[in-house]
Design a protein around this ligand. Structure first.
Ligand SMILES: Cc1cc2nc3c(=O)[nH]c(=O)nc-3n(C[C@H](O)[C@H](O)[C@H](O)COP(=O)(O)O)c2cc1C
Length: 191
């Protein structure tokens, strides 16, 4: 089954390191025959959530912000999501949480794959575990398999070239599980 799996990048920082793994995974998802795109809030900035009501109302009408509407359209067309994000102060970056706050029904009953990035050996593990309950609130789910990329310099050079082939096996494992869940949930949503 061909699936639509956007890659959500959790950093908008100048010189961000998580862009390289996000783009690498994007190519892997494409070569597996799926539809994908990079969801980059540096290119599509969102204000801190400032709607006068909850996002569910906008889902059913139109969002008050052009980029929020764009993001909603991307998310509602998705069958699954992959988050590639650094850990900031032992949690998820505010930009990532804010992007999730702009949606709700868009994520419902869809699986998320979580990939952590860090310049240290904890490799985004705390970001991953902190974001799971947020995802659960959308009546969505995060798959058990994760990929933790850290220290980032061990895995990618500054040009974005992969330095450690062992990462491929981990990403393939995550994709196998994510697509299993995405197919099962898509069938269940349609039926
Ligand atoms: C605001 C901020 C907080 C950070 N906090 C953590 C942290 O809690 N744990 C960690 O492993 N690295 C932390 N780092 C270091 C990041 O792992 C490193 O800067 C990484 O490159 C961030 O990803 P990015 O370059 O894609 O933004 C932090 C970096 C920033 C900018």
């Amino acid at each position: 089954m061909t699936l639509n799996i956007p890659i959500i990048l959790g950093s908008v920082r100048e010189g961000r390191k998580s862009e390289a793994p996000a783009k690498y995974i994007l190519e892997k998802v494409k070569s597996a025959g799926h539809t994908t795109q990079l969801v980059d809030f540096k290119e599509m900035p969102l204000p801190f959530y400032n709607g006068s009501t909850v996002p569910v109302v906008y889902f059913k009408t139109k969002y008050p912000n052009e980029n929020a509407e764009r993001w909603s359209q991307i998310a509602r067309a998705a069958d699954a999501f992959i988050i590639v994000s650094p850990e900031y102060n032992h949690g998820y970056p505010a930009v990532l949480k804010n992007a999730l706050d702009w949606g709700y029904l868009e994520f419902e009953k869809k699986p998320f794959g979580l990939i952590g990035v860090s310049n240290g050996s904890t490799a985004g593990a705390r970001m991953i575990e902190h974001i799971r309950p947020i995802i659960q609130n959308f009546n969505a789910m995060s798959i058990r398999e994760t990929v933790m990329i850290g220290p980032i310099a061990k895995y990618f050079d500054d040009s974005g070239k992969l330095l450690d082939d062992s990462l491929n096996k981990k990403i393939d494992g995550l994709l196998a599980s994510l697509t299993w869940w995405a197919e099962a949930l898509k069938r269940a949503r349609v039926n």
